[in-house]
Design a binder for this molecule. Structure first.
Ligand code: AMP
Length: 151
């Protein structure tokens, strides 16, 4: 995953005011605007202004600020669209589907079209335990190489 920040990505240019966006909220640390190719009417994007590609690079103070904006704008979105619930999702890296390399959260006034579906039957516990053990190891040893058993 390319974690190097491209200062000329579209969202960096929107934050700097070099490209237009239909903004709904802005403060010192965050920005929210309409997605130009919405998955449904009301599709919003919420960004921290700090220059990072993924959530995992985001400093904790900036995470607090962007979560506060997601809560503020998400509640307003539900009210404005007259819906009883909404979805928040986010991609980390092109492997996961990220197309603009500045961290952003999608807010939808409805369900996700594809990614929200879960399997119809539970998997066997040993299968979950095996992956859980690998994740616990990665938490304990964050700089060790990728596990090839998960590939
Ligand atoms: P992602 O695939 O998670 O990186 O999402 C990028 C999102 O940015 C997509 O939903 C696009 O429709 C949206 N997008 C791309 N360019 C612009 C733009 N100039 N203004 C607003 N939204 C944009």
């Amino acid at each position: 995953m390319d974690l190097n920040y491209d200062t000329n990505n579209i969202f960096a240019r929107i934050i700097r005011g070099e490209l237009p966006a239909i903004k709904v909220y802005e403060d010192e640390h965050t920005l929210a605007f309409m997605d130009i190719m919405p998955q449904m009417p009301g599709h919003l994007l919420v960004l921290p202004k700090v220059e990072v590609v993924t959530l995992y690079q985001l400093p904790d103070e900036a995470a607090t600020a962007v979560l506060a904006t997601i809560k503020k704008v998400g509640k307003a979105l539900e009210q404005a669209m007259g819906v009883d619930g909404s979805s928040v999702f986010q991609h980390n890296g092109s492997y996961a589907g990220q197309t603009v390399p500045h961290l952003h959260f999608h807010l939808l006034p409805g369900p996700l079209k594809m990614a929200g579906a879960h399997a119809t039957v539970p998997v066997e516990t040993p299968q979950l335990e095996k992956i859980a053990a690998q994740i616990r190891d990665a938490i304990a040893y964050p700089n060790s190489p990728h596990s090839d058993t998960l590939a």
